[in-house]
Design a protein around this ligand. Structure first.
Ligand SMILES: [Fe+2]
Length: 366
């Protein structure tokens, strides 16, 4: 049998209304930095619920996190954390604030720039404890040791992994996702779908992880449409599936598809989940042809077939899987290829991938 490693030190508190359990889980902490975006923090109801419960704490707010957090944002946040001597970093919102919270926690105890740690600099000191409270249903960041950051200078986006940035606990309260705009619901839901699907196809996949990956895929396929109609039960299920998909990538990572999506976000501002969605059918075609897990791709095809196939499923959410219809020009492919080929995600993708393959893959989607 294949070896198995499993490490997931994050305590998961999942369920409707369970944000009310926040303060009883924070007894040991007096000074907290809350990292969030500007609008969703208040709109989701998270701000009022958190503030009302933590009256006896000193709360410091850092709400400057935009989509795709960059190095200067992390630096700014960590300077505040150091100055205010906070004991814990709480990320509230979608993937961006949660990932930013992780980077800030790391830079609050370790000197230097995030850029250096992304390049492999040793994390010598334990990051500050992190707590995550998602208000979208897709990123899975609440249960992963990962964070994705963007370098605004080199125009590069990439993932960072370190066991020290696992949240100590996360509260996944689906009620906080009810005010998500339609676009965010679709994009984050499909991001979660791709997490589960890539974890399933990964070279790091195990029979145990495959079970939870397929579990998440089936829930997302069966509920995303109803979630968009604001069916609360369906929204709760997507929230749950997104967390499960997060556990799946903690165990097995994301693959070529995520790496290929990053340039679409960096150069065209296409939201992360949508970037993955646009490239998803082409990625599956490539894996069907070239990977060592063809039977797994066929199993996925079978699940998607129940919904008329993956292209039709995405079309129902108004997602065109043609790059040309998403504002991208063919002459940009070369740069995309250069950015993608260096990503670690390719190492755990079970296929031999050359620059020519990547070029053809992008080109095939025009
Ligand atoms: Fe993702």
């Amino acid at each position: 049998m294949k070896n198995l490693n499993f490490y997931l030190p994050t305590r998961v508190i999942f369920g409707k209304g369970r944000i009310s359990e926040l303060s009883e889980n924070l007894k040991d902490y007096k000074k907290i930095l809350i990292v969030s975006g500007k609008s969703s923090f208040k709109k989701s109801g998270a701000y009022d619920k958190i503030k009302a419960q933590l009256k006896d704490k000193k709360l410091v707010y850092f709400s400057d996190v935009k989509e795709n957090p960059d190095f200067p944002t992390l630096k700014k946040g960590s300077e505040i954390a150091r100055k205010e001597k906070v004991e814990l970093i709480m990320g509230v919102g979608g993937g961006s604030p949660m990932d930013a919270a992780k980077g800030i926690a790391l830079l609050s105890t370790n000197e230097g720039d995030m850029k250096d740690y992304m390049k492999g600099k040793e994390v010598k000191k334990r990051p500050l404890p992190i707590v995550c409270i998602p208000t979208t249903s897709g990123t899975g960041s609440e249960v992963t040791p990962y964070a994705v950051f963007t370098d605004p200078v080199s125009k590069d986006k990439g993932g960072f992994a370190n066991p020290g940035i696992f949240p100590i606990f996360s509260i996944i309260d689906p009620e906080l996702t009810y005010s998500m705009p339609d676009e965010v619901l679709i994009n984050t839901g499909i991001d979660a779908l791709t997490h589960a699907l890539e974890a399933y196809l990964s070279t790091k996949a195990t029979p145990f992880n495959d079970v939870i990956s397929i579990h998440a895929i089936e829930i997302i396929m069966g509920n995303l449409k109803d979630a968009l109609k604001r069916d609360k039960e369906a929204m709760d299920r997507i929230s749950y599936a997104s967390m499960i998909a997060g556990i799946a990538i903690t165990n097995a990572g994301t693959l070529l598809l995520h790496a290929m999506g990053y340039p679409l976000t960096v150069f065209h501002g296409i939201p992360h989940g949508k970037a993955n969605a646009i490239l998803l059918p082409a990625f599956l075609d490539f894996m069907r042809e070239n990977s060592s897990v063809k039977e797994k791709v066929e199993l996925l095809d079978g699940i998607f077939e129940e919904y008329g196939g993956i292209v039709k499923f995405l079309k129902e959410f108004n997602i065109s899987t043609r790059l040309s219809e998403n504002g991208i020009k063919e002459e940009e492919i070369k740069v995309f290829v250069e950015k993608t080929i260096t990503k670690k995600n390719l190492k755990i993708t079970p296929a031999k991938i050359t620059k020519e393959d990547l070029y053809e893959l992008y080109k095939g989607t025009f």
